[in-house]
Design a protein around this ligand. Structure first.
Ligand code: NAD
Length: 282
């Protein structure tokens, strides 16, 4: 078994970006509402990655009493701010704020999380139109590509069908000519599908959802799930200890898809900046 080492690939990608970033001077904005502990840790990782890549990081923090109207106003302001090339609104948001309204308000050209319907819709056309894909799926594709894992013609099984992970990674795998099965909470017999997978991508949020009897020998696994055990340590959705004995490649949690998601956000920020600058030149 080999590890899909997202941490070292992410670091390498950030170092590779530096030279380009020195010319482009990209600026990433991050809006954070409230003090959700997971969100605080995610934005910290994003800030660290920006520093490594030479991307300017601007954080806008608000209390969880911020109203939806105030948040939409801030989004309008960043949409119009020529200095900010891309920005994200860190999720989750407090319950009184409607996430779809917030995502819809972001200018698609600056939507570096890739959550806007415009960017998601473009992805359906072909890989050439994956301009700003959602960061986690982009990170997974970069990880598989780095380890030269073939995708075309492979049986890819995705577990989870959320709008920002399961559905877009299924689309990106289809764009690369895999045979894709997307499973979810209503799938009748999950193991029947996962056992067929050459590549298994799991994005659910349930400890030990995937056990060794559910995979075939030699499977490649990208474990997206982030769960906290009772002792406070993090783990994915796959029973790593047992399943890794059968897998040819498997991503660890932490240190797999997580850092690649952050790296992909920075790649999207650089891409958005390039597109904005070339539009201005032309
Ligand atoms: P979500 O809650 O939006 O969706 C969960 C999905 O799992 C749904 O499609 C649901 O149908 C499916 N599901 C639930 N129970 C199931 C079961 N028993 N069998 C099969 N499918 C089942 O989740 P999300 O936002 O896509 O995130 C999924 C997990 O990935 C979470 O643990 C989240 O923290 C993690 N995540 C990690 C990263 C990263 O960078 N590593 C990024 C995003 C999300």
């Amino acid at each position: 078994m080999k590890l899909l080492d997202g941490k070292s690939l992410a670091d390498q990608l950030m170092d590779d970006i530096r030279e380009r970033a020195e010319q482009l001077k990209p600026v990433l904005g991050v809006i954070l509402v409230g003090e959700n502990p997971a969100s605080l840790s995610y934005v910290k990782n994003k800030k660290t990655a920006c520093e490594r890549a030479g991307v300017e990081y601007r954080e806008f923090r608000y209390p969880d009493t911020m109203t939806q109207e105030e948040l939409l106003k801030k989004i309008d302001e960043l949409n119009a701010d020529e200095e900010v090339n891309g920005f994200i609104v860190q999720l989750p948001l407090p319950d009184h704020i409607e996430v779809p309204q917030v995502i819809r308000a972001i200018d698609p050209k600056k939507d570096v999380d890739g959550f806007h319907a415009y960017n998601l819709g473009k992805m359906f056309l072909s890989p050439e139109f994956e301009d700003l894909p959602p960061a986690t799926p982009l990170g997974i594709v970069k990880l598989l590509d780095h380890y030269d894992i073939p995708i075309q013609g492979q049986e890819v099984v995705v577990v989870g069908h959320s709008n920002h992970v399961g559905k877009p990674i299924s689309t990106m795998m289809l764009n690369r000519n895999a045979t894709v099965t997307t499973c979810h909470i209503y799938t009748k017999d999950l193991a029947e599908h996962t056992r067929c997978a050459d590549i298994l991508i799991v994005a659910v949020g349930k400890i030990n959802l995937i056990t060794t009897d559910m995979v075939k020998e030699g499977v490649v696994i990208a474990d997206v799930g982030i769960n906290r055990r009772e002792d406070g340590t993090l783990c994915g959705d796959v029973d790593f200890e047992e399943v890794s004995k059968k897998a040819s490649y498997i991503s660890p949690v932490p240190g797999g898809v997580g850092p690649m998601t952050v790296a992909a956000l920075i790649l999207n920020t650089v891409r958005a900046t390039e597109r904005q600058k070339s539009a201005n030149d032309g």
